[in-house]
Design a protein around this ligand. Structure first.
Ligand SMILES: Cc1ncc(COP(=O)(O)O)c(C=O)c1O
Length: 359
């Protein structure tokens, strides 16, 4: 850095976002490190984007009106209460400005999604992290016991990234009922469509009972649009207005808006992907089990694999040498693990063959 220039002192507190390591490999890489979907966007989504290309001389709709309307129709939440962001990460990061400040507290489980520490660090609020229980689940009671008069926000990641576990909406409902109403709760449901515990609509019922609740979702996972960056939050109108005030008006680009609108119209494709995910989950986990590697109960599109007495670096690097990229547990807050995203069947089989070689 140029020593003559001064930067915000808070910068030193902000972690660098962990990107997957790159490895030299002479062949096609199998990328199972970022919880992406392995399937390309629906052909009609591509067509909608192509048609939009000719209007890129215009700014995108700052209100995201059509997309908010379609999300409202799909979820039953009024469009006024739908916030759309440049990925759900943008909405999370906006909370640093919109809800937090030095002196405030933010509670979340750990290990959990790597953006949450950024939210605390960017705002200067105090992060309170609560360890997951032995099953890799949120310990909701312990989280509630950390709530004080200074707590502004509690984040529950359901299913949790990286431990893949989820709690049923009824458990979260009962917990919310006991929580003080001055605390906003973000229920981060990036993977909800993959859950076998619930229908995605089940948690939306909680919104009517808990005005302090915000449900966060994304087009990055089951809809397969992470390269475009679109996510959304379902909560109150005041939440949307607060988030809109702290970010630039055109943050969700025109291609992303039309693609998300079109993708919502293809629920048959969503169902197909959810089914495929369940099949690949069962295939991968039974093979891991045969290798003597335990996993947590995955409700997502990835497994959290316990490596036991095997050396984590050796496993991760051994896989990478064979062109298979997974995420190391220690990069995600817990050593002796790896997080593996489900790919296509051939990709998963390459992972299993490479693992067999390493073990
Ligand atoms: C728990 C969780 N929330 C949110 C996101 C980010 O989603 P987006 O691509 O919408 O910013 C991810 C992405 O990995 C995630 O794991």
């Amino acid at each position: 850095m140029n020593p003559g220039i001064e930067y915000n002192r808070r910068l030193e507190e902000i972690p660098v976002y962990p990107v997957a390591s790159t490895y030299a490999f002479d062949g096609e890489l199998v990328k199972l490190a970022s919880n992406e979907t392995p399937y390309p966007p629906h052909p009609q989504v591509l067509e909608a984007m192509e048609a939009q290309l000719r209007t890129l001389n215009r700014y995108p709709d700052p209100d995201k009106s059509l997309l908010r309307k379609r999300i409202a129709e799909r979820t039953g939440v009024p469009a006024a209460n739908v916030t759309v962001g440049n990925g759900s990460c943008e909405i999370l990061l906006a909370l640093a400005d919109a809800m937090l400040e030095p002196g405030a507290e933010l509670v979340y489980a750990w290990p959990s999604f790597s953006i949450y520490p950024h939210v605390a660090a960017m705002s200067g609020a105090r992060p309170i992290t609560v360890p997951l229980n032995d099953a890799g689940e949120h310990d909701l009671e312990a989280m509630a016991s950390e709530v004080t008069a200074a707590t502004r926000l509690v984040i529950v990641c359901n299913a949790n990234n990286p431990s893949a576990t989820a709690l049923p909406p009824s458990t979260i409902d009962a917990w919310l009922a006991e929580l003080p109403r001055h605390v906003a709760v973000i229920l981060d449901e990036a993977y909800v469509e993959f859950s076998t515990l619930q229908d995605p609509d089940d948690s939306l019922d909680l919104l009517g009972r808990h005005p302090n609740l915000v449900v966060l979702r994304t087009f990055s996972k089951v809809y397969g649009l992470c390269g475009l960056r679109v996510g959304y939050a379902l909560g109150s109108e005041s939440f949307r207005l607060a988030v809109d005030r702290v970010r630039q008006p055109f943050s969700v680009n025109a291609l992303a808006q039309v693609a998300a609108v079109e993708a919502l119209g293809h629920q048959d494709e969503v169902e197909r992907r959810v089914e495929r995910n369940a099949i690949e989950r069962a295939h991968l986990e039974s093979a891991l089990d045969e290798c003597g590697l335990a996993t947590t109960d995955s409700q997502a599109n990835f497994s959290w694999v316990l490596l036991g007495d095997r050396d984590e670096d050796e496993v991760i690097e051994g896989l990478a040498r064979q062109g298979v990229i997974v995420r190391a547990g220690k990069a995600l807050g817990e050593e002796g693990r790896m997080r593996v995203t489900y790919g296509t069947r051939p990709e998963n089989d390459r992972f299993l063959a490479a693992l067999d070689e390493v073990l």
